[in-house]
Every structure is written in structure tokens, then in C-alpha cells.
Design a protein around this ligand. Structure first.
Ligand SMILES: Cc1ncc(COP(=O)(O)O)c(C=O)c1O
Length: 467
């Protein structure tokens, strides 16, 4: 199973970077036969500047996915490179295992001040999956320390992606991503997501649909037994499946449900935090305060890896006493270089008002992408901020989707390569129904939106011929 239809550009000569990549790199989520049997080659990206990237053949592409929802401030930021170099020279490494260093302290303090409510405690990881893994383990131990040892199960949503460690993968709602690794961690249950385009109930009333979708969580908690459920994991806008924003009132109702049953609400903001939705944390956009936030990706704009789990005072409290400790950690969690880069990245956010730029321009971004709705293959355009999914359909009136064969030909056989060849790096994804995902750097403006729209239009108009 590949979750992202990767590219196979034309065969490169022996000894090229591309050839060496296919000989020695084990690519992530990638079908290697594309290179070994189908004669394709690995695209090699060598340089970035602003929202653009260049490959080893000197061709330029608009990075309409910010790498992988990461490069918020754009490529080629010298000051972030310099922050990394300065820190590496001063103190390249020290762990957070009973010792601390100034960069992690300052970053934790800053994240606590930016996070909503009393989310004041930061546990650093090296990425998003580790943050999710950490959150489940914290939730389990939190309830044990409260004298409720049975509260260990988690609820998340269909088609949602939460990472690849065994716990995070159990929380993930994509059966094809999990089947090779079963049995996974027991106790992870799935409920409906907020895909309003394909709403099984209340398809003509967004708010009623939101109430229905939130109530699925209550039903799952009741079914499993509230005394056995530790936490609910939700993305503010669910990425996998193609950007499902929360209906109005959804998170307020979920918060009520979690409070009613004494279940922790985990906001998995690995994609949504750090400006993707025009706010540092997405709870500020949708008006809710979770018990735990998981984040990563955009915290450094990708200039160095780091992730974090942020907890409320209430969650931290039982860990503060006696012989209790959280027996969990990562050698590179809160790495000094990454922490220093994160601080410099957040300085850019402040100075250049990146969140405000998203809020000022998101209407124009949406309007530009919605122009694509005149194409027969474009069924839905949905998202918020600088985070959109464009769902492709076979029949717009009936919303009929493509079968597996057609989806294979459309996404892997045509779209991924055609978009890339046309100068657009984005993602054609069929973990749910086929979608194109776009999430450009937060510095982008109308000229970039137009470029995205024009390339998508041209390529999507040609897509029918492969079906
Ligand atoms: C919502 C969400 N959670 C967790 C992860 C896993 O993050 P990572 O790849 O940094 O482990 C991702 C990755 O895309 C994600 O989108």
C-alpha cells in the first residue's frame, strides 16, 4: 500500500543522484517497483527559495504542499540556517533526561504562552507520530494516577492519519496503512469523521451534521464504557480524506462530551498548528481548549526536526508528586538545535505576521481554488486557512467516485507526474476518496494561488483521457 501516489519521472542515467536513490534509499510510503520494474526514477529536489523548489535537473516547481505541510515560512531562510549553526557551535546536543538546556526551556515557555487555556507543560519529541504516541501514554498513566486504571482506550476518526509508531498507527483510521503491522495496540476505536460532502446523515444541514458527528463520539464512549476510555484524538481539520473542517459547534459539543464522560480531548495539530489555519494553535480558530495538543512540522518550518505534546496543568498535576515519573522519552526530543530554530521561526511568525497573512488571504485562496469547481472532475473544494483538499469525482451530480482501478490510473498513472511536470508540487492522495491536497507556505499570495489554480486546471482538464 502506498498512501501517496509517488512520481516516476523518466529514467535517469546510471550514477545520477536519482539512480543512486533508487539503489540505496528506502523511500517512505513508496512503491519501489515504480523504479525497479516500471523504469521510473526518483525525483531529486536540491534547493528551495521562498515557495519554490528546484530539482537536480534545474527545473523549478511551486511547492504547494510546503514540503509535507511543514515549510510555513518558505524555503531558503538564511536566519533559520544561522540559528541552527550558532546553536550547534554553542551546544550541539544535550538530552532532556533530568537535565535541561536554555533553548528547550525558552521554547517550552513560549509554547505555553501561545497555547490556549492552561496548556502550560511541554514534552518534546522529534516529530508528530512520537507526540501522538506520547499523548496516549500520558493519558493512560494520568488515569492510572487518578485511580482509574481501566481508562486506557482511545477514540479517533475514520480515515484520519496520526503517525506510524504502533500506538499512533492504532489511532490512525486507515485500514490499508495498518494491515501489514497487525496486531496493533488494542483499544483504539474509530468513529465517523466530519466529511460533510459525503455526510451519511443530515447532508443538507451542516450544523445538524456536526451535532450528529460529535454524538458518534459519545455513542462510542458509551458503547465501550466510559470507565475504559482515556482519550479522544481529533485533528482540528482532518487531513487524510482531503481536508474535513469541523462543522460549527462540533468542537464545543465534543468538549462537552469529553467533560461529561471524563475523557481527555487531544487536539492533534501536527499539521494544523503554526499558522496553517491562521492561528498558532487551531483551538483558537474553532473556539475550544483541549487537554493535550500534539504538534510538530511547522514549528521549525522544517529547518530542523522537532515535535511536542503540550498538556494542561490538570494533566501534569499528578506527575508532580512523590516517586511518580513519566517513564518515556526520546534521545533527540527537544534537541538544542531544533529548539533554537523553532525560536527563530516563531520570531519570523511575529515579525512578518504570518498568521495574519493567512487570515487576510485565505478568502482569496478559497475563491481561487473554487474556480476549479467548473470542471466536471472537481466535486468539492474544502478546507480552511492555507489548507485545502480538492475532491475528484467521476460524476459530479451523483458524487460517484472512481473505482480502485480508475483511481490508480488517475492518481498514480497520470496526475502526480503531470502536475509535477507542469511545475506544481502537491499531493494526489487516495487514502479516502481521491483528492488533491494543497497547503502552500504561509507567505504565499494571489500570484501563487493563481499559479496553483492554472496548473491544476490545465492538468485536470487532461485527466479524463486516462480513464
Ligand atoms: C495529524 C498528524 N498526526 C501525526 C502525524 C505524524 O507525524 P510525523 O510524520 O512527524 O511522525 C502526521 C503526519 O503527517 C499528521 O498529519
Amino acid at each position: 500500500m502506498t498512501t501517496t501516489p509517488q512520481l516516476a519521472t523518466e529514467q535517469q542515467p546510471a550514477g545520477s543522484l536519482s539512480q543512486r536513490a533508487s539503489d540505496h534509499l528506502w523511500m517512505h510510503f513508496t512503491r519501489h517497483s515504480t523504479y525497479s520494474e516500471a523504469g521510473g526514477s526518483v525525483p531529486v529536489i536540491v534547493r528551495g527559495e521562498g515557495p519554490y523548489i528546484w530539482d537536480d535537473q534545474g527545473r523549478r516547481y511551486l511547492d504547494a504542499l510546503s514540503g509535507l505541510f511543514v515549510v510555513q515560512a518558505g524555503h531558503g531562510r538564511r536566519e533559520l540556517a544561522e540559528a541552527a549553526a550558532r546553536q550547534a557551535e554553542q551546544l550541539a546536543f544535550f538530552p532532556l533526561w533530568s537535565y535541561a538546556h536554555p533553548q528547550a526551556i525558552e521554547l517550552a515557555e513560549r509554547l505555553a504562552s501561545l497555547a490556549p487555556g492552561d496548556l502550560n507543560r511541554v514534552f518534546f519529541t522529534t516529530g508528530g507520530g512520537e507526540a501522538v504516541e506520547t499523548a496516549w501514554k500520558v493519558a493512560k498513566q494520568f488515569w492510572k494516577l487518578q485511580g482509574k486504571p481501566l481508562k486506557h482506550k482511545v477514540i479517533s476518526r475514520a480515515v484520519a492519519y496520526h503517525g506510524t509508531p504502533h500506538g499512533a498507527l492504532s489511532i490512525t483510521g486507515i485500514p490499508a496503512a495498518k494491515e501489514m503491522f497487525e496486531p496493533l495496540v488494542p483499544g483504539a476505536f474509530k468513529v465517523a469523521n466530519t466529511n460533510f460532502y459525503r455526510a451519511p446523515e443530515y447532508g443538507d444541514d451542516l450544523e445538524a451534521f456536526g451535532r450528529w458527528a460529535a454524538d458518534q463520539i459519545a455513542i462510542a464512549i458509551e458503547t465501550e464504557g466510559p470507565d475504559t476510555v482515556a482519550a479522544v484524538f481529533l485533528e482540528p481539520v482532518q487531513n487524510s480524506g482531503g481536508c474535513f473542517p469541523p462543522p460549527p459547534g462540533y468542537f464545543q459539543r465534543v468538549r462537552e462530551i469529553c467533560d461529561r464522560y471524563d475523557v481527555l480531548l487531544v487536539s492533534d495539530e501536527v499539521i494544523c498548528a503554526f499558522g496553517r489555519l491562521g492561528h498558532t494553535f487551531a483551538g483558537d480558530r474553532y473556539g475550544y481548549v483541549p487537554d493535550l495538543i500534539t504538534c510538530a512540522k511547522g514549528l521549525t518550518s522544517g529547518y530542523s526536526p522537532i515535535g511536542a505534546m503540550i498538556a494542561t496543568d490538570r494533566v501534569m498535576e499528578p506527575f508532580l508528586h512523590g516517586t511518580t515519573s513519566f517513564a518515556h522519552g526520546y534521545t533527540f526530543g527537544g534537541h538544542p538545535v531544533s529548539s533554537a530554530v523553532a525560536m527563530a521561526n516563531l520570531d519570523i511568525f511575529d515579525r512578518e505576521k504570518l498568521n495574519q497573512n493567512v487570515l487576510d488571504n485565505e478568502g482569496a485562496f478559497r475563491a481561487t481554488l473554487e474556480q476549479l469547481l467548473d470542471l466536471p472532475i472537481v466535486g468539492d473544494v474544502r478546507g480552511d486557512g492555507y489548507f485545502y483538499g480538492i475532491e475528484l469525482v467521476k460524476d459530479k451530480t451523483t458524487k460517484e467516485t472512481f473505482d480502485d482501478d480508475e483511481s490508480e490510473r488517475l492518481l498514480r498513472g497520470f496526475l502526480s507526474k503531470a502536475l509535477f511536470d507542469a511545475g506544481l508540487y502537491c499531493r494526489a492522495d487516495d487514502r479516502g476518496d481521491p483528492v488533491i491536497q494543497v497547503a502552500p507556505p504561509l507567505t504565499c499570495d494571489q500570484a501563487h494561488f493563481d499559479e496553483i489554480e492554472q496548473i491544476l486546471r490545465d492538468v485536470l482538464q487532461r485527466a479524463w483521457k486516462v480513464l
